[in-house]
Design a protein around this ligand. Structure first.
Ligand code: LLP
Length: 474
């Protein structure tokens, strides 16, 4: 029997399934996944094992191997629906939610997001190809990036997606490419313009993009020249403006300020005769990685965004634009956990105990890159009391390969299954083969069934691109 721990339980010396949605008695449909540590369907079964999507995590590892990414379909679908429903509730105009596929681009994830009515934000030819192969309609694909290649731009034009133009170099290349392709394709190319709005927010320096010193977007002082230039292009239709100010943001004010600034730029673009009807305010809503993280819910975030856009449009006397946003982390971050198997350990007296797992910075580069914090549970003994603080170390030949510096866990032993929570966003998509570790498999779980989403890489996969010129053979 599955027992889902009630809401708001604080650490009572046991491992627990935290639930930030205070006062809400576990009604999964209403819980905002970005405020949880574990996926919505998580529970403990009669073997005292962690279950997700009705699947025993320990058994999944036996079946699919270790490490293993486990994606809870219900959490991802629920987050998609919560975004859409919030727009329906708070925005009287047209809207489109996009999934920022940089968070995790693969066929299955794009297909799930698309089936929930979301479009897809892509930032490379590879992500665009993935979305198209997943069956996503080009009308709802938006292509970002500060240095798209000629090949990428050509693929984007031919596919019919919308290109979010980042800079002058790209704009001028695009004009040339469209001119050359005109013989084969007569349709207009839809573009949007990315602006650097000059809005700051509190997050890690590497993931702030809206302040003026950013590599992305047109600066405010260039933008009128850009509007004038585009006004003269016959093959490009500028349908709107875009900005993204950063990621893992808990404040609502920066996005409200952004809405106000961007509505003013919409008005300016119209004064140049551009047919701008779409406004994309990017992604950025944060998720709960540790007990102390307290992000707004999806509903609260969308409400703030919509109210700010409505207020700005009213005060400027502008019609409501088609409003877009493109969350990544808050859609998929909490939907996935990574299960590892514990191996060796080492105690440095009076300093710390290292507990090593069979993955590390190659499957989750976020701690070493951004000093990100994670929480973990021992999935095969969920009721065991928490009895020690250990350092969870990866298996890479690098001292900094530490996944969790201070993990509160029960006594562990080799063979235990350690589940690290909140690994859906920017884990698989940033994974590498460092030290020639094959990338783990990923499964999607729902209704007591697990399906393969990504096969585990093999040693053959690792040398697939290697060339061994004859002259190197002895
Ligand atoms: N739109 C644009 C243009 C973006 O650059 C991003 C993220 C998003 C949307 C989605 O933002 P989200 O809703 O996921 O916050 N690797 C870093 C995060 C980099 C974010 C890059 N851009 C990390 O692991 O924290």
């Amino acid at each position: 029997m599955l027992s889902t721990q009630p809401a708001g339980i604080e650490n009572s010396g046991r491992q627990y399934i935290p639930n930030a949605n205070k006062g809400n008695n576990g009604d999964a449909a209403k819980r905002s996944p970005n405020q949880e540590l574990l996926p919505l369907t998580a529970g403990i079964n009669s073997h005292d094992h962690l279950e997700i999507g009705g699947c025993d995590v320990t058994k999944l590892v036996q079946q699919f191997g270790s490490p293993l990414y486990i994606l809870d379909e219900e959490s991802l679908r629920s987050a998609c629906r919560q975004y859409r429903e919030a727009f329906q509730n708070y925005y009287p105009g047209e809207f489109q939610v996009l999934y920022a596929s940089k968070a995790w681009s693969c066929l299955g994830v794009c297909a799930i997001a698309h089936s929930e009515g979301l479009g897809i934000d892509v930032v490379s030819g590879g992500e665009l190809y993935t979305a198209l192969q997943a069956g996503v309609k080009p009308e709802v694909i938006y292509f970002h990036g500060n240095n798209k290649s000629v090949e990428e731009l050509s693929l984007a034009i031919e596919s019919g997606c919308t290109i979010v133009v980042d800079n002058w170099y790209e704009l001028k290349s695009l004009v040339n490419i469209v001119e050359k392709l005109r013989a084969t394709s007569l349709q207009q190319t839809r573009i949007m313009l990315r602006l650097t709005p000059g809005i700051d927010c509190h997050t890690h320096d590497y993931i702030r993009t809206g302040h003026l010193d950013s590599k992305f977007g047109f600066d405010p002082d260039q933008i009128e020249a850009v509007f004038a230039f585009i006004g003269q292009q016959t093959n490009l239709t500028c349908v709107g403006l875009h900005a993204h100010i950063g990621s893992q943001i808990f404040e609502r004010q920066p996005h409200q300020d952004l809405a106000e600034v961007m509505v003013q730029w919409m008005e300016k673009a119209k004064s140049y005769g551009l047919p701008v009807t779409e406004l994309n305010l990017g992604g950025g809503l944060g998720i709960r990685y540790t007990e102390s993280d307290d992000p707004p819910s999806i509903d609260e975030w969308v409400q703030a965004l919509c109210q700010a856009v409505k207020a700005a449009c009213e005060s400027q006397n502008l019609p409501l634009p088609k409003l877009l946003c493109e969350p990544g982390r808050s859609l998929i971050g909490t939907a996935c956990v990574t299960a590892y198997t514990i191996g060796s350990s080492k105690t440095v007296p009076e300093i710390r105990t290292y507990v090593a797992i069979d993955g590390g910075m190659s499957d989750n580069p976020r701690p070493i890159t951004y000093q990100s914090l994670y929480r973990a549970v021992v999935a095969n003994r969920m009721s065991a009391p928490v009895s020690e603080t250990v350092t969870v170390a990866g298996k890479h030949c690098e001292s900094g390969d530490i996944l969790i510096k201070e993990a509160s866990l029960p006594q562990t032993e080799p063979g235990d299954i350690l589940v690290v929570m909140g690994t859906g966003a920017y884990n698989y998509s940033m994974a590498s083969n460092y030290n020639r570790l094959p990338r783990p498999a990923a499964v999607v779980v729902a209704n007591q069934e697990a399906k393969l989403l990504l096969r585990r890489e093999t040693y053959q996969d690792l040398i697939r691109q290697d060339c061994l010129p004859n002259s190197l053979l002895s």
